[in-house]
Write a protein that binds this ligand. Structure first.
Ligand SMILES: C[S@@+](CC[C@H](N)C(=O)[O-])C[C@H]1O[C@@H](n2cnc3c(N)ncnc32)[C@H](O)[C@@H]1O
Length: 288
């Protein structure tokens, strides 16, 4: 029985393959303690004693797959994570985009949204921008592969480190865009932000449906979990959902410049699609 004694090498290899199959995430054998710690409570709840038994359950019972995905994904995030990205969005992207697209609605995709701090950070910036620029409007589409974490984003209730950080960096916006929630200093996002947001489960390895042609795509701190092949697949799929002038934002440690993709470096963490590639890609897509 490998439930109490730890994962056998063969079961670990099979579990890593199953993680890759369902999420694209490339784990190494070094993650065995992490995997054990994450799977054990679920196994206990299901009264499955061995890791092999749980592996069989995931393979044989489709209803278990979403739980497995929830367990193996890492959802760490923060409001206004990587401040220089938000300075770029506020000071450069929004003014330029609205100058070039008068009367149009800005379409944003938070493509690995986790618990939603990223998308509500964007919503707050857009609200502020709209207050100073009447006529500006926006819509945020937020996706993640984990259904469980999307429910947290949908609820928009935060506590702990998330709250401490935003209270320290944006105290005025906390007053404006949150209300108190619970007794332990929690915060709840106001409906004025939520009404601009739609959330859906989506695996980045497959095309997004329907294709919305976003103007700004956040694909941050998720590429690090993929190997090169899957990173290129995810970037190719994302490109199909981007308008010609769109910007892609990746995480701080996720330079994509050396990869075989249609993106052109704009500045650290910011990319756009090379125009020739954009038309080739989209024509090919239409012909298929
Ligand atoms: C570390 S969080 C990043 C959150 C946010 N973008 C940020 O930068 O703070 C990574 C998220 O990617 C999601 N994820 C992992 N594999 C995915 C896949 N194949 N498709 C969609 N989302 C995935 C995880 O569920 C997790 O919520």
């Amino acid at each position: 029985m490998d439930g109490g004694a730890g994962l056998s090498p063969a079961t670990l290899t099979a579990l890593i393959a199953l993680v890759r199959k369902h999420t694209g995430i490339a784990m190494t054998e070094r993650k065995s303690v992490l995997l054990e710690g994450r799977l054990r409570p679920r196994m206990r709840a299901l009264q499955i004693e061995s890791y092999q038994g749980y592996l069989d359950k995931v393979e044989q019972d489709r209803a278990e797959v979403p739980h497995f995905i929830d367990l193996v994904t890492t959802n760490d995030t923060l409001f206004f994570r990587t401040p220089q990205v938000w300075t770029y969005v506020e000071k450069e992207f929004l003014p330029q985009w609205s100058r070039e697209h008068p009367g149009k609605r800005l379409k944003i995709w938070s493509a690995a949204a986790a618990s939603g701090e990223e998308l509500y950070s964007m919503a707050m910036l857009c609200e502020e921008f709209a207050a100073a620029n009447p006529g500006f409007s926006y819509q945020i589409h937020a996706t993640d592969i984990s259904r469980q974490i999307l429910e947290v984003a949908r609820a928009g209730k935060y506590g702990g480190r998330s709250v401490e950080k935003i209270q320290a960096t944006h105290p005025d916006w906390v007053k404006k865009y949150f209300r108190p929630s619970g007794d332990s200093g929690g915060l709840q996002v106001v409906d004025a932000l939520k009404k601009h947001v739609e959330l859906a489960q989506h695996n980045l390895l497959v095309p997004l449906k329907p294709n919305k042609q976003f103007d700004l795509v956040f694909l941050r701190n998720v590429l690090i979990y993929f190997d090169q092949e899957h990173t290129e697949t995810v970037l190719r799929q994302a490109a199909l959902s981007m308008a010609p002038h769109a910007r892609l934002i990746v995480g701080e440690s996720e330079s994509i410049s050396g990869l075989n993709t249609a993106y052109q470096f704009v500045r650290p963490m910011i990319y756009q699609i090379e125009q020739a590639d954009y038309h080739a890609n989209n024509n090919n897509q239409r012909e298929q």
